[in-house]
Design a protein around this ligand. Sequence first.
Ligand code: 4AD
Length: 505
Amino acid sequence: MITRRFASFASTSTKKFSLPKNIRQLLEPTDITLDTAKSSTVSGWITSIRKQKRVSFAVISDGSTSKSLQAVLINGKDDNILRRLTNGAAVRLTGQLVASPGSGQSHELLVDEKTGGVIEVLGECDPETYPIQKKALTPEYLRDHAHLRARTAHIAAMLRLRDVLGRRINSWFEDQGFCSVNTPIITASDCEGAGEAFKLSPIQSRHPASTSATPSPTTPPPPSEFFNSPAYLTVSHQLHLEALATSLSRVYTLSPCFRAEPSDTSKHLAEFWMLEAEWAFPTPDGVLGVCDLTEALIRSIGSEVRQKDDLEAIAKLKSTGDKDYLANAFESEAPWARMTYTEAVKELQTAVSQGVKFEYQPQWGRPLQSEHELYLAETLIGGPVFVTDYPATLKPFYMRLNPDEKTVACFDLLVPHIGELVGGSVREERADILERQMREAGLIAKDDPTGQNSSYKWYLDLRKFGGAPHAGFGMGFERLVGWLSGVHNIRECIPMPRWAGRMLL
Ligand code: 4AD
């Protein structure tokens, strides 16, 4: 019966699905065979147009590549079509892909209605009011037009760079036996303990208890929190990753993080993406082994993307570039520098004694300020530098205490122009020391001897039940994009930037 019902389908073979080729797919093969009898169709937006009496030249971009395709349009009788071909208009053009006599492009699309060519205007664009004009537009102006700024060549290139980096990251972690996981965006904890989490609540209370028609005097009042306890947007996925690493061993995620940072700087966003990894059973060489893994990852993905055309397109936005720190980082075989926090502070103090001026005096026990980080990476080292073993008092509760009991097995990777790119550590796996650190951080109350009432009890449990040595790190994705591309304001390294006092769309 069932066989008969589906018999008609059995004979039909599955049709292979594919969308029409985009400009990258049309132009990328080095051996494009030109068959003038065959027509090609290109859909995209006009990025510039030059109209002459008999012929018009339109540059078409579809965002698939930093290269655009020139279409040579033989003007037909319909002036109306010609009038609608303007900068920004969406078009579909059918014609012949032919070798281009012009320089700067190998091929062009010849569209001649007499030989079957078709020009279709799918979406008109008023050239007078279109905000993305051909002239140079400032980053500030483009941020004000966040919904349209991806139409510019360099922002589109940055978006493709993000895409390529994301793919390379996935394949690097896959090669190393990591599992990609999805951790919650809504959390009950403030992982970094810096008080920068956004608190979450519904616009109006929709708790079931509050919607009952006539509350009786004995009905308890509805809880003030949707989840019965405070909820936040995550500042870091680390703690949840640690839970998953106790089962899957090696896990990572590239996910959004949110921080209510009041700082109005070119390196801080309120919503950004972080690549975070946690792995159990790390190599026995402590924090230096964590640095080794981090360096291997960044070198691998960075070297690959440095070959890409998109970096050239982005170069138009570059804020600096006198000295090619990137070449130092990626073209030399020498491992990136490593120094302890204590050594770093001594170097900074030496610099001060030699006349270098800092706003904040470097001193052991105080945080390294952005000016110190940039001095270390740019002036002292001239490339990336791992600074390890910071004082425990400067770092969050989860980092592994060193035998000196003053410092923790952690690192910050500092790079020129950006400052801190990555933060990571060996995690404290010894339950008794972790509990002490959590009490000191105020995560377990003094009057809670067993920690039963702490909302972080589950985190302590991870150590009590088969707690294994493990380590991890977090890298700001926009800072990575900014460092590799030379675009040092990370507001240009995310599609729609949000920062304190500013959220469009
Ligand atoms: O040093 P952070 O605060 O470390 C953590 O959150 C750890 N829990 C990560 C981990 O070990 N899994 O942040 C890590 C990185 C920083 O080095 C920086 O690159 C980036 O996240 N970052 C920001 N990027 C953009 N805007 C912000 N407001 C950022 N805050 C941190």
